[in-house]
Design a protein around this ligand. Structure first.
Ligand code: AMP
Ligand code: TRP
Length: 325
């Protein structure tokens, strides 16, 4: 039996934080044992918000480096930059002709970015390119955090429209979300998700932060009134988020941890959270520091060559199906 195929992508816009790590990356690494994964640094998606060219180039290689440092193994996974495989953009155009404008306009991620002043066609059709990323490899599943659920539903909708016109060609991709860490919240506002684009860098822990920085950020994380550690997302969102983080880094349940720290006071509890995060990230940070940019770019170029040939197989069938073959 051939391994089930999965695809996922991450934007090279800013630094990878523990939300990305727990919601996506860590899961991606684990999936290598079971699946034939394709992981992509989606640089074309990053262009939907204004980018400084030098910064984008830097963020792109840093993102690739973090994927490798976290344990993505180019021997078992295909890893590459989206823009180096032009079939993504070609399929995006074709799938766009199946997209409902009403559906695109209802996407939360679009509405949020539009509110922040982003208004361009790329931002609007962002989910179409995301669907093309997934479909060009004809994968069965997509490991992502909770915030991508709407985009995955949209992808399935496109597949159904395409397949009902041209026959069962694309598999209907399912979403795979981790049981813990699928939605890590901001350390400064535990009611909104931890995000690369938050202007306050204290709101997120970067995968490559050193121990002192992590400790300082956890200490300054917003907590709730009182001093009892308990898991209660409604009334204690700050402490509950830290419990989720501790749980993700220790493998223990939030309820077990809440019981253990219930009388510890916030100070001791935060110390334990910081220590778990520092220990969990230390090997990734070290591997990151040991990697050389030139080696990373070579791995990415090799990956792109393999991805182009797989994607071209799909595209030649798609062109034939729609009458452009
Ligand atoms: P992005 O940062 O938007 O490129 O997201 C890359 C991956 O990280 C996607 O699978 C997201 O679902 C996931 N992700 C982003 N932010 C979070 C978060 N705060 N908690 C959990 N997963 C997240
Ligand atoms: N939209 C995803 C995000 O913001 C990134 C992404 C682009 C993606 N293409 C993808 C994720 C394909 C999964 C599959 O996080």
């Amino acid at each position: 039996m051939t391994a089930k195929r999965v695809f996922s992508g991450i934007q090279p816009s800013g630094d990878i934080h523990i939300g990305n790590y727990m919601g996506a990356l860590r899961n991606w690494v684990a999936m290598q044992d079971e699946y034939a994964p394709v992981y992509c640094v989606v640089d074309l998606h990053a262009l939907t918000l204004p980018q400084d060219p030098a910064e984008l180039a830097g963020a792109r290689v840093r993102t690739a480096k973090i994927l490798l440092a976290a344990g993505i193994d180019p021997g078992r996974s295909l890893i590459y930059y989206q823009s180096q495989v032009p079939q993504h953009a070609e399929l995006s155009w074709i799938m766009g002709t199946f997209a409902s404008m009403g559906h695109l306009g209802r996407m939360t991620q679009y509405k949020e970015k539009e509110d922040k002043g982003g208004q361009n066609l790329g931002l609007f059709s962002y989910p179409v390119l995301m669907a093309a990323d997934i479909l060009v490899h004809r994968v069965h599943a997509v490991p992502v955090g909770n915030d991508q659920t709407q985009h995955l539903e949209f992808t399935r909708d496109l597949v159904e429209r395409f397949n009902s016109r041209y026959g069962d060609f694309f598999p209907v991709p399912e979403q795979i979300t981790p049981p813990v860490g699928a939605r890590v919240m901001s350390l400064k506002d535990p009611t909104s998700k931890m995000s690369k684009s938050d202007p306050d860098s204290g709101s997120r822990i970067i995968v490559t932060d050193d121990a002192d920085t992590i400790l300082a950020k956890v200490r300054r994380a917003v907590t709730d009134s009182g001093n009892r550690v308990a898991y209660d997302v409604e009334r204690k969102p700050g402490i509950s988020n830290l419990l989720d983080i501790l749980s993700a880094f220790t493998g223990r349940s939030v309820h077990q941890l809440a019981e253990e720290y219930s009388a510890a006071g916030y100070g001791r509890f935060k110390q334990a959270v910081a220590e778990a995060v520092i220990a969990g990230l230390a090997p990734v940070r070290q591997a990151y520091l040991d990697l050389d940019d030139a080696d990373v770019e070579w791995i990415m170029a090799e990956g792109a060559a393999v991805a182009r040939s797989g994607a071209e197989e799909t595209m030649s069938e798609v062109r034939r199906l729609i009458g452009l073959g």
